[in-house]
Write a protein that binds this ligand. Structure first.
Ligand SMILES: Nc1ncnc2c1ncn2[C@@H]1O[C@H](COP(=O)(O)OP(=O)(O)OP(=O)(O)O)[C@@H](O)[C@H]1O
Ligand SMILES: [Mg+2]
Length: 348
């Protein structure tokens, strides 16, 4: 895909988010201060119109918090969110942001009202946003939305429990599309689904991007799924973006030792597709007490003295391939056996 050179749809600049944790009973007794957990640290990235940006990283690295900050469900402590160059926080209302950015969640059942029929749910969104005029127009638009996500309008009188998991995720997507957003933040949208249904939902998202030109931030644990769907990928570790590159580059020439470790951990039945890099060793540090200097220094096979003292920036700030590492040259000897030119593992 050729990415346009105009202003990005969304620019995230140096975003940080800290949660102040509630005191447990011991802290209450000892009078210890409330603990602060920095879930996002200095996150910068861009999303171009119509682009699919994959976000990957281990559990707890801040993927959902980032998604929620973008959708306005959490308020960042620091940083800027620019929508086509203009501040998102300056937007007059939450609704205004919701018209541009919509979120789809991992568990569609939890995000759907169990007592409302599918049709009522979609109509409600249209009503709340003042879209699609009178009742007849709204009903017509509901049918259109159902068809858009590959469902028959005959399903509209059903309740969420009376449809399958895959159909529920389609309804969540239809609900998000009802406001005609330009960006969809899909937070692990297929993690709760069977493998065959996963592929269908991924195909649907790709198809929607092609038909509607909508941009998608696709959050997932599974690098193979992200590789399949994404134009670019941002890799997160302990609240930070540690590497971002076009998908082919990330798989062919990963520079951050963490990215290389993640890639090495992908199961490859074919020995020709295996890497010469050991999989990730060691435990994820306690996010309440992140390492000094580079966050990855406690697990890095290429760690040097400076890594424990200096916190690396994500560089270059402008460019296609950015890395947060003081010693990326040590990581260049990567062979993802044939790099990006080898066939991708198909999702089935
Ligand atoms: N509301 C909250 N209050 C306190 N801590 C939170 C809150 N939400 C998230 N966290 C913490 O922030 C960090 C990032 O969490 P987040 O859910 O964003 O990670 P994630 O990458 O989405 O993980 P997963 O892959 O498991 O979904 C974690 O340490 C988590 O415990
Ligand atoms: Mg999450």
């Amino acid at each position: 895909m050729n990415l346009p050179s105009s202003a990005p749809l969304l620019s995230v600049r140096h975003l940080s988010k800290t949660f102040v944790l509630p005191r447990n009973s011991r802290d209450l007794l000892t009078g210890a201060p409330r603990q602060r957990l920095q879930a996002l640290r200095d996150v910068s990235l861009t999303v171009q119109p119509g682009e699919i940006l994959g976000i990957v990283g281990e559990s707890g690295c801040g993927k959902s918090t980032l998604g929620r900050c973008l959708a306005g469900l959490e308020t960042p402590d620091q940083g800027d969110l620019l929508w086509q160059g203009e501040s998102l926080s300056a937007m007059r209302s939450r609704r205004e942001r919701a018209r541009r950015i919509q979120m789809v969640f991992q568990d569609p059942y939890a995000s759907l009202n169990p007592r409302m029929s599918l049709g009522q749910m979609l109509e409600e969104v249209l009503h709340v946003h003042g879209l699609a005029g009178d009742a007849a127009e709204r009903r017509e638009r509901v049918d259109e939305l159902l068809l858009m996500v590959g469902l028959t309008p005959l399903l509209k009188d059903r309740l969420p429990h009376a449809i399958s998991g895959g159909q529920r995720q389609r309804i969540s997507i239809a609900r998000a599309l009802a406001v005609e957003p330009q960006l969809l933040v899909a937070d692990e949208p297929v993690s709760a689904l069977d493998a065959s249904v996963q592929a269908q939902i991924i195909n649907l998202l790709e198809d929607l991007r092609a038909r509607l030109g909508i941009a998608i931030i696709f959050i997932a644990h599974d690098l193979n799924v992200v590789r399949h769907i994404s134009d670019r990928i941002a890799v997160m570790y302990l609240g930070e973006v540690v590497e971002t590159a076009v998908t082919e580059t990330l798989f062919g020439r990963p520079e951050h030792p963490y990215t290389r470790g993640l890639l090495a951990a992908i199961p490859m039945p074919d020995p020709r597709l295996r890497t010469n890099v050991p999989s990730l060793a060691g435990e994820l540090p306690d996010p309440l007490h992140p390492p000094e200097g580079c966050s990855f220094s406690t697990r890095c096979p290429h760690v040097v003295e400076a890594c424990g003292m200096r916190h690396p920036a994500l560089l270059p700030e402008i460019g296609e391939h950015a890395v947060r590492c003081l010693n990326p040259a040590a990581s260049t000897q990567f062979a993802f056996a044939g790099g990006a030119t080898h066939p991708t593992q198909e999702i089935d």
